[in-house]
Write a protein that binds this ligand. Structure first.
Ligand code: XMP
Length: 325
């Protein structure tokens, strides 16, 4: 089915999700036959649901490639391996390309240039892995219905894997392309994916690369990853996690004098961002309870190496963007 039928009922219940899953499994088997399918599996909800559907439909004929560009959040690559390789018995190629990405990014401070390097290197790593595999006919993508509508309106091109080299021609498999995001989540839940994957907050493709202004260094990247993990843990414990649209830490390329263990230190500041929005075009600030803010400050400044201050960004979008780049 290429387009969402006008009268299609919104998938909101396990029964509706199961009917969609059963139909997709039959359609995918008919489309793919005994051929092989390749999927770039980021661990985001769309690609994870596509992977889970394809595993059910064609099992080991699916080859998932998870590229770790070194800019993922704490625990993400481990979760992809645990869920897909260990629990779902998927054919998963895990590529730790951290060094490649960070070497290319070394010394680069211009935001758009950083984005281009990350995007370009991603395609290169993925294409290299695809070339190592024989007899792949299909490429699966996590395209969803709003992507198609936006691309028809000329707002954005939805070709998730666009940019693959000319000689790599695959037929596309897009099993969630008639679904809205909330429906993808209901289907993911019904497929047995963990809540941490199904309900996760938006996370941009360039990852923590858009949360470290200026040239990315390994130590600052580690500090942003650790401080973000603490923030997520505290938001989960306090119940804010299911309520706030997006929340994370960023670490600008800025050091200032502070004191630790009675000694002068010259360290970075971590910035907390917690915003609410419906379409990410504008955003408002979540009022975080003062006590929780204090706990987060205390944990980050004591547990994260290289951080002596924590700031809370009260700037809505506009004038700020959501990310810090
Ligand atoms: P900004 O920073 O522009 O972000 O206010 C708006 C929303 O978009 C997300 N974002 C991205 N998502 N790839 C993505 O998939 C990207 O390159 C990208 N850049 C920003 C951002 O996290 C926020 O939700």
């Amino acid at each position: 089915m290429d387009r969402r039928p006008e009268n299609m009922e919104r998938i909101t219940t396990p029964a509706l999700a199961q009917a969609f899953i059963d139909q997709q499994i039959a359609d995918l088997r008919a489309q793919i036959g005994d051929k092989k399918v390749l999927l770039a599996l980021s661990g985001g909800v769309d690609s994870s649901v596509v992977a889970a559907l394809l595993i059910k439909a064609v099992g080991k004929q699916l080859v998932c490639v998870h590229v770790n560009h070194g800019l993922l959040r704490k625990g993400e690559p481990e979760q992809v391996i645990e869920v897909f390789r260990n629990q779902m018995n998927a054919n998963l190629v895990y590529v730790d390309a951290t060094d490649r990405f960070l070497d290319k990014l070394a010394g680069v401070s211009e935001p758009e240039k950083k984005r281009k390097i990350i995007g370009g290197e991603f395609i290169e790593v993925f294409a290299e892995e695809a070339r190592k595999l024989d007899g792949i006919d299909f490429l699966a993508q996590g395209t969803i219905w709003p992507d198609i509508l936006e691309s028809e309106k000329g707002i954005k091109a939805h070709h998730n894997a666009g940019g693959l080299p000319e000689d790599m021609k695959f037929q596309l498999v897009e099993p969630v392309k008639i679904l809205f995001k909330d429906e993808v989540r209901v289907v993911g839940k019904q497929l047995g994916l963990p809540d941490g994957m199904v309900y996760r907050q938006p996370f941009p493709g360039p990852g923590l690369g858009v949360r470290c202004t200026g040239a990315i260094t390994r130590d600052r990247l580690e500090a942003v990853r650790e401080s973000d993990a603490i923030l997520r843990e505290e938001f989960a414990k306090s119940g804010l996690a299911g309520k706030v649209w997006q929340y994370f830490t960023a670490i600008p390329d800025l050091k200032s004098v502070g004191i630790k263990d009675g000694k002068r230190v010259d360290e970075w500041c971590a910035i907390i961002r917690a915003v609410n929005t419906t379409d990410a075009m504008t955003a408002t600030i979540e009022p975080i309870p003062y006590e929780l803010l204090n706990r987060i400050v205390s944990r980050i400044t004591t547990e994260v190496k290289g951080i002596n201050r924590v700031l809370y960004d009260l700037t809505p979008k506009p004038t700020g963007t959501i990310e810090w780049e």
